[in-house]
Design a binder for this molecule. Structure first.
Ligand SMILES: Cc1cc2nc3c(=O)[nH]c(=O)nc-3n(C[C@H](O)[C@H](O)[C@H](O)COP(=O)(O)OP(=O)(O)OC[C@H]3O[C@@H](n4cnc5c(N)ncnc54)[C@H](O)[C@@H]3O)c2cc1C
Length: 250
């Protein structure tokens, strides 16, 4: 598929999924250029960036796509006023317009694995949900999710054999410690696992060390991605992520 050129979408609805997660429904003719089955794929928002040369580009996941209605839902973590996208989501109202590029490919777990480890913070919840909804009923393993507040726990439709661990942390370092401890404490199951993890950069690195160095999982059984980095804007994070990927390959 050739990716459509960025186009304009309109905010159709805004609702809070939980205290720190806002769901924004976007719609418009432009979405007719999207292929079907893009839930879990990513889009790029082009947001006003006063004082800068050009818009701020921010990456988000398509939580739901309703092809018949020409709509997508995007779940934004409300992490404060200092993020352009977080602030945009906080203030968004029906009728607002936004330029959107994409869609980019979704990252799905390997359905032939014997068991699963799915790990993420709130930025990963949309993609994680899409993965959980796709798993067969027989799937087993662990889901570890870092959230900002106990009320950010979501109702998730998932196979019964998955054991959920919701970890509350407002501080990034403590969050990382909790996630890594929780992951390490889980009993290693029989057979071939598939690991899917997306989180803050340092947490990603700690998880990568555990699964790839300590547990010696081959690259084909692991998807681990950094979705943001504490203290860096997305454009800055992107550069660090690229350098890290290049050095990790060597
Ligand atoms: C493939 C992919 C899919 C993603 N999908 C989603 C999604 O569906 N929903 C979602 O909310 N995010 C998602 N993200 C993460 C999102 O792109 C980043 O959090 C982004 O930096 C937010 O932009 P911003 O303008 O709000 O903050 P920026 O201007 O980029 O950053 C400003 C400051 O806020 C901090 N910051 C950024 N994100 C967070 C956060 N989550 N918590 C605390 N501090 C933060 C930065 O470290 C920086 O100090 C995704 C990222 C990727 C790579």
């Amino acid at each position: 598929m050739t990716k459509p050129k960025p186009g304009t979408l309109e905010v159709l609805a805004v609702r809070d999924v939980s205290p720190h997660m806002r769901r924004i429904t976007l719609g418009g003719h432009h979405l007719s250029q999207y292929p079907a089955d893009q839930s879990g794929g990513y889009i790029k928002l082009f947001l006003d960036n006063p004082g800068w040369d050009g818009p701020a580009v921010r990456t988000y996941t398509i939580r739901h796509q309703r092809e018949d209605r020409g709509e997508i839902d995007v779940d934004f973590v409300l992490h404060g006023d200092h993020g352009i996208a977080s602030r945009w989501a906080h203030n968004a109202a029906p009728g607002d317009l936004v330029t959107v590029g994409g869609p980019g490919p979704k990252k799905m777990v390997d359905m032939s694995a014997d068991w699963y480890f799915l790990i993420g913070d709130m930025t990963a919840l949309p993609a994680l949900n899409v993965n959980l909804e796709a798993l067969p009923d027989s799937a087993r393993g662990y889901v570890v999710i870092e959230i900002l507040h106990v009320d950010d726990v979501q109702q998730i439709s998932a196979p019964p054999g998955l054991e959920f661990h919701w970890l509350v942390a407002t501080d990034n370092t403590r969050g990382r410690e909790k996630v890594v401890r929780c992951v390490r404490e889980r009993e290693w199951l029989e057979g071939r696992p598939f690991v899917w993890a997306a989180s803050e950069f340092e947490t990603m690195k700690a998880l990568r060390r555990y699964f790839k160095k300590e547990r010696q999982l081959p690259t084909s059984d692991v998807y681990i991605s950094s979705y943001w980095k504490h203290g860096l804007r997305e454009d800055e994070h992107k550069k660090v992520k690229k350098q890290d990927a290049e050095s990790a390959e060597q």
